[in-house]
Ligand binder design. Structure first.
Ligand code: SF4
Length: 477
């Protein structure tokens, strides 16, 4: 089971796989290099990006994320207001101050290579960092950013049977690999999904530590929505996408006490849209967001949790903890048995997964039993199956920002629909997760975070119409 500590992380936008993961990889590289030698022995450093990391890395700020990681910054602690200041020496002076300890010459044009056409065997998101050392030897590591900020190195990738990240599942009090096993554990031990996940989490950590982490995640989500409702302007990257959350927030606040809002039975939907837009605009702007379970889909779970906080009668901090714990079970099942990576299975793995996680969690909050929760999750995935990843310009803006609003509303609908039934459903959660995996494997690469198909080609006004339908390399357009 993937822990809540791994599935929900405070990170940096705009992408968990293309920004958070590469920054983590750079941190890991420095840690592993220190075990071999002193950082002061580095003469030069090169970065190679492969597959999707290269194809959409410019729009996702992959290069700058790696550089920030090499400067010694981590996704959870970096002050994103100072990002440009941190990077300025690299771009203006062509110098890289590795971990703040050792300065080398570094030219981003010369020392970062983009191999968008080359996909390494293990995963489409791959990167290699290589240094040459004072004794003329070289040291290099290849990392795979496998979605949601998770990173594995070449050794982990070539020994898949060894779980390098988390303790073995058998040592958990309530182990489960499938949704059927999860349901059986819940039934046998008369536990809700969130109670079961909490018991598993407390196998490794004290309950106060788990609760403190959950509270910090929820607090970060709320801070992110607040910032997103305050900030306006044009998002970076060149598409000239205008931020909408601030204006929508002002509009909804102004209408609050008017008849139009009081008589509008669907006003909550406008607020859910707002919460999702606020988070994803912050993400697109490179701000701090909670990876949930990815950055591209980071708005869905906070939006549904804000709906719970602001529109349902039974909100409590304990309920918010339950929400995140329940969502962890679903995210864990999808990550273990399919993927949460857009580069691997398309957007169904990002927005579809977040929708399923939020749907199951909300189902528990509104009184659903474990079977109804799993039904809600199944609905959340089933109606996102086949969803492609085709961000225009390689930027996590169009369709991503609005897609989170749609995913959040769909999650609420899925939870409500599931709770009107008895939990029995035609397609099981396990089957729909497997369908997502197989559909993702069948999906053409141009629909898997390469920005070479779909909206990325047909909706980008900067691409000449003559090239539509032709596989185009974005950087040539
Ligand atoms: S289209 Fe979906 S998977 Fe692709 S970058 Fe946007 S949110 Fe992520």
């Amino acid at each position: 089971m993937i822990s809540v500590f791994d599935l929900f992380k405070i990170g940096i936008g705009p992408s968990s796989s293309h920004t958070v993961g590469p920054m983590v990889a750079a941190n890991l590289f420095l840690t592993s290099l220190r075990k071999q030698t002193e950082l002061t022995s580095i003469k030069s450093l090169e970065i190679e990006l492969y597959g999707s990391l290269a194809a959409t890395g410019k729009g996702h700020a992959t290069d700058t994320a790696i550089l920030l990681g090499l400067l010694g910054h981590a996704p959870s602690s970096i002050d994103t207001r100072l990002t440009n200041q941190y990077l300025s020496a690299i771009f203006s002076n062509k110098q890289l101050n590795i971990a703040g300890e050792h300065i080398i010459a570094f030219d981003t044009e010369r020392d970062i290579q983009w191999y968008g056409e080359t996909v390494l065997p293990y995963h489409p998101n791959a990167m290699t960092i290589r240094v040459s050392l004072a004794d003329d030897s070289h040291y290099q590591q290849t990392y795979y950013s496998v979605g949601g900020g998770f990173v594995i190195n070449e050794e982990d990738a070539t020994n898949p049977d060894e779980d390098h990240a988390t303790p073995t599942i058998d040592s958990l009090p309530y182990p489960f690999n499938t949704a059927a096993e999860l349901l059986e554990q819940c039934r046998q031990h008369r536990l809700s999904v969130s109670e079961l996940v909490l018991a598993n989490e407390c196998h490794y950590r004290d309950q106060p530590e788990v609760f403190a982490y959950l509270d910090s995640i929820w607090e970060s989500m709320q801070d992110c929505v607040t910032r997103g409702c305050q900030n306006s302007g044009i998002l970076p990257g060149g598409l000239d996408v205008k931020r909408r959350a601030q204006a929508l927030h002002l509009q909804l606040c102004a209408e609050k006490n008017q008849d139009i809002a009081k008589n509008d039975k669907l006003v909550a939907m406008d607020w859910i849209d707002l919460y999702a837009l606020a988070v994803n605009e912050e993400n697109a702007n490179g701000g701090n967001v909670v990876t949930a379970p990815t950055n591209g889909a980071a708005g869905i779970i906070p939006a549904v949790m804000h709906y719970y906080r602001d529109f349902l009668p039974n909100y409590s901090v304990e309920g918010a903890r339950k929400f995140l714990l329940n969502a962890t079970a679903i995210g864990s099942l999808i990550k273990q048995n399919a993927s949460i990576s857009g580069a691997e299975v398309g957007c169904q793995g990002e927005v579809g997964s977040a929708c399923a996680m939020a749907a199951s969690a909300l189902a528990e909050i509104i009184g659903g039993d474990p079977a109804q929760c799993l039904n809600a999750a199944e609905i959340g995935i089933e109606h996102n199956l086949g969803l492609t990843c085709d961000p225009v310009g390689g930027l996590v803006q169009v369709p991503c920002i609005e897609r989170n609003a749609m995913g959040a509303v769909k999650a609420v609908n899925a939870a409500r629909l599931a709770c009107r039934g008895n939990g029995q459903h035609f397609v099981s959660l396990d089957k729909v997760i497997e369908t997502m995996r197989v559909t993702g494997a069948d999906m053409l690469d141009k629909y898997k975070e390469t920005s070479r198909g779909g909206l990325a080609v047909y909706a980008d006004n900067r691409i000449p119409t003559a090239t539509h339908g032709v596989s185009v390399k974005y950087s040539q357009c």
